[in-house]
Unconditional design. Structure first.
Length: 138
């Protein structure tokens, strides 16, 4: 997987005078079954989140309020996405290191995940991630 596989997905938006609604359905709007949902909030502007990778987990990241930068890194290339629309989500593939930063006040980051929490799926050390992402022998 590369940063080119990480892409913004347009989500359905139904707008009316009473407001708007967006929704996400497994397989229909994301290429995986949603197994877990969590969200980040009360984030200081100077906060740095993420700093990890996943071996098999896929995610859809949505800025449901505010805005923040989401940096994807495949071990060779990095790309920054500014997430600031609740009707758009960033699809993140496995084997991508991710960092979140530059939070606007009152930002909320919603994460839809393809797997239940499994600590063994995480890369917490960037050097270990790089070795596996680049196929290097230890």
């Amino acid at each position: 997987m590369t940063v080119k596989d990480c892409k913004l997905l347009k989500l359905p938006k139904v707008a009316s005078e009473a407001g708007s609604i967006s929704f996400v359905q497994s397989i229909t709007h994301v290429p995986f079954n949603i197994q877990r949902i969590y969200y980040l909030y009360d984030l200081p502007e100077q906060a740095a989140r993420g700093a990890h990778g996943h071996k098999k987990l896929q995610q859809l990241i949505i800025a449901v309020a505010g805005a923040f930068d989401f940096i994807v890194d495949d071990g060779y290339e990095k790309k920054t996405f500014r997430l600031n629309r609740p009707d758009e989500g960033l699809y993140v593939t496995p084997m991508i290191w991710r960092d979140l930063c530059n939070f606007e006040p009152n930002s909320v980051c919603l994460v839809l995940a393809s797997e239940l929490y499994d600590e063994d799926d995480y890369y917490r050390n960037y050097d270990n991630f790089l070795k596996d992402a680049r196929g290097e022998k230890t």
